[in-house]
Ligand binder design. Structure first.
Ligand code: SF4
Length: 377
């Protein structure tokens, strides 16, 4: 069952983000957007009318190809990226309004920045090479807890290093990043975020740069820390295997993204175990199975679908954003954009496809693509 969100900690309602010549606030534009599409006269719609919520001690896993909007959604949810349209609320407060100084006396933007943290993909570049582990981890404590003295800070850092298996802690405190393995660097980056007791951490491809053997260790550590501290996670991954593992263990939801839209969201059993949206099915086909002994379903070699890049977000197609590649597309899909609706089954999942509505005109319209292009989804 997909976890329902009765009392959301974070809520995004009809949120869109467009990039023009410059990013909207001080944060850098995600590299993958710039590399793939550049920035020209036309605005790039990186997020298109997205609505999603996150509860306390929740986990939302975002999957999709590079440039699908995962990082933009994550960064917008934690206030690092300003939205162009819609509202993003933390604990009921509109983050952009708080950023502008509204609700002063009740909540300040600094409180939100502390409560909503991020861990990046590459800990090597996220850690200052000239600072020891102790110095790196002291910085957020000095910033957010100025009343702590040197001994208090040292003790908090020592305890977190021990908790996360970086021992002997006293010795590691004096090391520099280049004296740590990739897995140890990522643990230090996670500790840096955890030390300020956040409500939500955005984990942006945090295991992607690690050896396969270390990925499960780091994901397990994150899950243990969630149990200890009750933190909510937004876990971003282009890798369906990692997404499935994390969402399953965290009892979280999986949201599949395509061209700035969530096209399917639900529990891991629903979305990855038995996908409904044509794009999710293709993603699953293209992924390695969790169990290497488990056979992978055959991807038709002649299918042009797998060879096509997603459309240019600066010039998105009309209608369903997936219709140019979708093997199930019909004429109706060219004209109207599907909304996220309850799936036409007994699950809690939401799916953005006309095929979920048995009364939609889709069923009476002509297929767009040639018969030979069709694959048995
Ligand atoms: S609405 Fe049409 S084009 Fe879009 S996913 Fe469904 S069948 Fe494919």
């Amino acid at each position: 069952m997909s976890k329902t969100v009765d009392d959301p900690l974070l809520s995004l309602e009809d949120v869109s983000v467009e990039f023009k010549d410059e990013p909207l606030i001080e944060q850098a534009l995600p590299d993958n957007i710039v590399e793939r599409f550049g920035l020209g006269e036309s605005p790039v719609k990186a997020l298109d009318d997205v609505t999603v919520e996150l509860a306390e001690e929740d986990a939302l896993v975002l999957v999709g190809e590079s440039g699908s909007g995962k990082s933009t959604l994550g960064r917008t949810a934690i206030g690092l990226q300003e939205s162009t349209e819609g509202s993003v609320k933390y604990d009921g407060y509109d983050i952009d309004a708080v950023r502008e100084g509204e609700h002063a006396g009740e909540v300040y933007f600094e409180d939100i920045r502390r409560a909503l943290q991020i861990v990046h993909q590459d800990p090597g570049s996220a850690l200052n090479p000239y600072r020891t582990v102790k110095s790196t981890l002291s910085q957020p404590l000095k910033l957010w807890y100025p009343d702590l003295d040197l001994n208090d800070r040292r003790e908090r850092i020592r305890r977190m290093l021990q908790t996360t298996g970086i021992t002997p802690a006293e010795e590691y405190m004096e090391r520099y990043p280049h004296e740590l393995s990739g897995g140890e660097q990522q643990r230090v980056a996670i500790i840096r975020a955890m030390l300020v007791e956040p409500d939500v951490i955005l984990l942006d491809e945090v295991v992607s740069a690690l050896d396969v053997s270390l990925r499960v260790d780091v994901m397990d550590l994150l899950l243990e820390l969630q149990d200890m501290f009750g933190t909510s996670y937004i876990f971003i991954s282009h890798n369906l295997t990692n997404a499935r593992y994390f969402a399953d263990k965290a009892d979280g939801r999986v949201a599949v993204m395509y061209l700035g839209n969530i096209v399917e969201i639900g529990s891991v059993e629903e979305v990855i175990g038995d996908p409904s949206h044509p794009y999710t099915k293709i993603l699953k086909w293209a992924s390695l199975p969790l169990d290497p002994m488990e056979g992978r379903e055959t991807i038709p070699e002649e299918s042009p679908i797998m060879m096509e890049d997603p459309p240019d977000p600066a010039d998105p197609p009309s209608g369903c954003p997936f219709h140019e590649a979708c093997p199930k597309a019909r004429e109706a899909c060219r004209n109207e954009e599907p909304e996220l609706l309850s799936a036409d089954d007994d699950t809690d999942r939401l799916v953005s496809c006309f095929r979920e509505d048995e009364h939609h005109e889709y069923w009476n319209s002509e297929p767009i693509h040639d018969e030979e292009r069709d694959i048995p989804l």
